[in-house]
Each structure stands twice: as structure tokens, then as C-alpha cells.
Design a protein around this ligand. Structure first.
Ligand SMILES: NC(=O)c1ccc[n+]([C@@H]2O[C@H](COP(=O)([O-])OP(=O)(O)OC[C@H]3O[C@@H](n4cnc5c(N)ncnc54)[C@H](OP(=O)(O)O)[C@@H]3O)[C@@H](O)[C@H]2O)c1
Length: 308
């Protein structure tokens, strides 16, 4: 009999890739999500609600729970504090339901970014999980590159549509992207083990942000002026465009995380595939369409309104 796995966000970005990887390894996968299934999806889904009894019932009988739930930025009454509380509730429900293994998607270097709400919240959730008594693997991705990614796609959209790309702090900060496929493999490998562990999901290449953006510009077939500017000027440029996009494209915290080089790993990389190579092979259509994150997470693309 196949083992049962429940994954949050099975129709979303990283959750979708992990669900597919687990299914390919023989797991019987279902998902908790508030997103409509994509055409042809074979994965059973039920709504992700933050009601303890509903969660315990959804997780009862699962051998594995993979949690990808998080918010990129506070919005609509949701804050990093509510995301921490909801993550703790997911862990508590998994424990009460007797789930055998909990794989949690965190972020690289949460303990080095305690001045930033996103990273401090991730750090608090990690501490909660370590104290939970669950058999737990914490997977910490850097920047995940793959199909349907938002951040890299929207950088490419800006490159396609504007003659200038103000480069925060000259683009000197480094990042170590990992492919979506490697991230899913690293999470599925962690699911198969039983010891408590914390692993980074980072790829083999480290590049500066300028090198990364220049690669994207070349994939888009554009040459852009990329003057080095202070963070505030880069953010101001984006904030002037955001009202027309009706979205939150980039946050101050994300820029600070880049500046603090939180998107690099300090361990030997578990990612095998070059994210830059993946982009060179698959990135020609990047940025042809802007992906609106508010629509994805708070508005039209949801089957249920998000409530706090
Ligand atoms: N993408 C990256 O480069 C990256 C890098 C480092 C760490 N991570 C971490 O990896 C995990 C997965 O990331 P991802 O890029 O796959 O994120 P995602 O596509 O935004 O989905 C993450 C999950 O959170 C849920 N979610 C997001 N915003 C929500 C909201 N406002 N209200 C209710 N549910 C919400 C999604 O629900 P639905 O299924 O209903 O959409 C989904 O289950 C997150 O913990 C993220 O912090 C991502």
C-alpha cells in the first residue's frame, strides 16, 4: 500500500513541484490549498483552513505532511505574526493527527535575518518545530528558479518594459539560486529520512545580483542601462510603478535580505543543477507576462477569500 502525503500548495509553486516529485516516488499525494486545480491535475485537494479540528481531520492517516505555507509580505490583515501562529497550528494539528514525518519549507539564513519580519518569523517557526516532538526536516531554499516563478519572472518583465534598471547598491550582493526540481528533490529526500535535520536548498552557482539581472536581460534579448543606486532609490522606482500594476512587486525587506546576502548558503550545495543553466535553456519566455502576486494570494485566483 502506498504511503500518504499531504502537501500544502500542491497547485502552487514549490508545493506543486514537491507534490509531483513525491507522486513520482510512489506517494499517494493530496493537497491543502485554496487554489483551483490546474486542468488535468490528478491530485485530490481540500481547502487549507486554519481550524484545528479540520486540520487534524485532513491530516489523520497521513504518513507525511509537507508544509509550504507562508506569506511573502503582510497584507489584508495577515502579518508575519499571524503566519507564525498559523504555522504553529499546522504543526500542532500534525502532531495530534499522528503524522509520521513533517517537512517544513523555511528559507536560507533565517537566524541571520532577525531584523527582517519574514526571516524572524521563519526563525520562530523553526524553533517551534524543533520543540514540537515531531520527526521534522526543515528545508531552507535560497532563491528558487523554475517554471511559474514570480520574482525572477517579474524582474524580466521590468527589463522588457523599461529602458533603465536601477541596480540596488550596484548589484554587488551575491545570491545562490537553486532550481525548482532540485528543491523538490531535496525536500522529497528529507521526507524519506526520519532524523530531525535542517538542510539548505541551494544550487552550485553563486552570482552577483548584477550578473543575475544581466543574464535575464540577455535572455529577454534587451540591453538596459543599469546604474548603481542606493536601495531607497531602487525601491522608489518600483513603488512609482506598483499602483499601475496593482501589486506589491518588491518589498524593502526583500531588498535588505538581498543586501545582507541571505540568499546564499554556507554549506556545500545540495542542488546539482545550475539554476543559471536552467534559465539559459528555459528562460526565453520569462517576463512576457507580469505575474500579479496579490491576485495569486489574496484576490481573483483564489477559490476562497483569505481571512485572518
Ligand atoms: N519561491 C522562492 O524562491 C522561495 C525561496 C525561499 C523560501 N521559500 C519558501 O518556500 C515556501 C513555498 O514558497 P512558494 O514560492 O511556493 O510560495 P507560494 O506559491 O506563495 O505558496 C506557498 C503556500 O502558502 C500559501 N499562501 C501564500 N500566501 C497565502 C495567503 N496570503 N493566504 C493563505 N495562504 C497563502 C499558498 O496557498 P495556496 O496553495 O492556496 O496558493 C501555498 O500553500 C514558502 O514557505 C516560502 O517562504 C520560497
Amino acid at each position: 500500500m502506498s504511503r500518504k502525503a499531504v502537501v500544502t500548495g500542491g497547485f502552487s509553486y514549490i508545493g506543486g513541484a514537491i507534490a509531483a516529485e513525491l507522486a513520482a516516488r510512489g506517494w499517494d499525494v493530496s493537497t491543502l490549498t485554496n487554489r483551483k486545480p490546474p486542468p488535468g491535475s490528478m491530485i485530490a485537494s481540500s481547502p487549507l483552513t486554519f481550524d484545528r479540528d479540520a486540520l487534524v481531520s485532513a491530516l489523520t492517516g497521513a504518513d507525511l505532511f509537507v508544509n509550504t505555507f507562508w506569506i511573502r509580505f503582510p497584507f489584508g490583515g495577515q502579518t508575519f505574526d499571524t503566519a507564525v501562529a498559523r504555522s504553529a497550528l499546522l504543526a500542532e494539528a500534525a502532531k495530534a493527527a499522528g503524522v509520521g514525518r513533517f517537512v517544513h519549507l523555511s528559507v536560507s539564513n533565517p537566524d541571520r535575518g532577525l531584523n527582517l519580519g519574514y526571516y524572524a518569523g521563519k526563525h520562530r517557526v523553526e524553533e517551534t518545530l524543533r520543540a514540537s516532538g515531531l520527526s521534522c526536516a526543515i528545508v531552507r531554499p535560497t532563491l528558487v528558479v523554475g517554471s511559474n516563478d514570480v520574482l525572477t519572472n517579474n524582474i524580466a518583465w521590468f527589463l522588457r518594459n523599461f529602458p533603465v534598471f536601477p541596480m540596488p547598491r550596484g548589484g554587488r550582493c551575491r545570491l545562490q539560486p537553486v532550481t525548482l526540481a532540485d528543491t523538490a528533490r531535496i525536500a522529497a529526500d528529507a521526507a524519506a529520512r526520519s532524523e530531525d535535520e535542517t538542510v539548505d536548498a541551494a544550487g552550485p552557482d553563486t552570482v552577483t545580483f548584477r550578473e543575475y539581472v544581466e543574464l535575464l536581460a540577455s535572455l529577454c534579448g534587451v540591453r538596459r542601462w543599469m546604474p548603481g543606486v542606493p536601495n531607497w532609490a531602487s525601491l522608489l522606482g518600483i513603488k512609482l510603478v506598483e499602483p499601475f500594476l496593482d501589486d506589491v512587486t518588491l518589498t524593502r525587506e526583500e531588498l535588505l535580505g538581498l543586501e545582507q546576502e541571505l540568499l546564499i548558503s554556507h554549506a556545500p550545495p545540495l542542488g546539482k543543477e545550475s539554476a543559471l543553466g536552467w534559465l539559459e535553456k528555459n528562460g526565453a519566455d520569462l517576463g512576457k507576462r507580469y505575474i500579479n502576486d496579490l491576485d495569486r494570494h489574496f484576490r481573483s485566483e483564489r477559490t476562497q477569500p483569505v481571512t485572518v
